[in-house]
Design a protein around this ligand. Sequence first.
Ligand SMILES: Cc1ncc(COP(=O)(O)O)c(C=O)c1O
Length: 468
Amino acid sequence: MSVIALLSDWIKSQKIKGPQMKDAPTFYRNLEEALDLRRADHSMFTNHKSAWKLGTSIDFCSNDMLSLGTTGEIRRTFLDELAANPNFAMYSGGSRLMDGNYDYIEDVEAEIAEFHGSETALIVGSGYEANTAIYGAVPRPGDAIVYDELVHASTHDGMTHSLAQCRIQFRHNDVDALRDAISSVLDSQPMIADGSRSLLISVESVYSMDGDICPLLEMLEVAKEMCPLGNAVFIVDEAHATGILGPKGAGLVSQLGVEKDVAIRLHTCGKALASTGGNRYPRKCDSSLCHYELRPLRHLHNCTLLPHCCGNPSGIQHDDHRKNPEVPRQPSTRSEAFFKSIEANKHWSKASEMGILSIPVIEDWAERDFNAHIVPLKTRQRYNWWLVFHLQLAGISAFPIDYPTVPRGQSRIRLMFHAANTEEQVETLASAICSWAAEMIEIEEGAEGAKKMPKAAHQVYALMAANA
Ligand SMILES: Cc1ncc(COP(=O)(O)O)c(C=O)c1O
């Protein structure tokens, strides 16, 4: 299927449906009218086909960061794991607290706890479930949560079910802002100030839409200094560090060697590990205590966990995976190649000076110890889709990220770099971005200014008109 055919499908999915539903039953009409609000600005999410999966485009968007999926590594490992465990149950039987528990799951939990240097581990169906479970079950009445303003939606959803009534956000990755937030909790919550209730601090290792890394060591220092009674604890969501950062991809906490200073870590298998399932590692609290004594962990009570959810991650974490010598171990080598390549392009400096392109994480990239595989690419808000169209027509799959995933006015394209992306692919990406920027520079400096549109946008809008 060609990129144009995929774009046509997408355009069709954004067509307003309400007016044709006038005589339809109220229930269906109301649903379509609600969806029309998103179709109107082309931001309706659809289950469309990905061009890169069809082989017509380069993948700079999927979460398959270690390329375990695209190289077939995960499939091989899963089949090996199945063969090594002939009694592996391919069925579930119910929730784990009823009929759905298996030795295999417990063995995997023990293995991954050891791998991550944690006392225990608990597997749930997804990272999303893990976050809703953590925040729904762990905080006690009177506890407070302070959280980075960019934590994932699943953390927010979890917090809405939390018994911690005092919840304060702090400016993203800002250690002073964390200090202010802790100070305001200590001022307003005497039971936290006197050490009889806990302060939970929620951060992520690598932020999913910004690609920057939490200054965890500094934050731990601040918390220790301000809460010397030891009742400030960290919950670290390692979703985008899993498989990427730390020894054998064990995460940021392991990389920094602060396992003992972090109360709970969340690792997802749905990103670099090319699988599914979420693992949470409480440092001290015995997990059965969480289920039975604190607050029902609804996901354990009410959700069935497929045993093979944990088959994949266990295989790849503990076998020495990534054996394919063709594939570099780290996708960060690819993001670094991209930084080099785009900085060397003759249009980059002017485009960034004019504000046509910006990549916040490119600043000082060469001095950093580690560059993540997630790179937000920004342009003027009204150009965001034009750049996406340009990349798509150039055979590059990169997704636009809009509100509500990011705050209004912060739309961007999220570039995801993978271990298996080649140098040539990275170069193609950088030069496609810069050729679009050159077109935009010419437009902005030309006599017609804002009235002109770049070529790719013209092409897509013409397609839209033809489909109207
Ligand atoms: C930071 C973060 N936490 C949790 C999740 C949820 O993980 P999962 O996809 O395994 O449900 C995501 C997924 O996007 C994420 O980015």
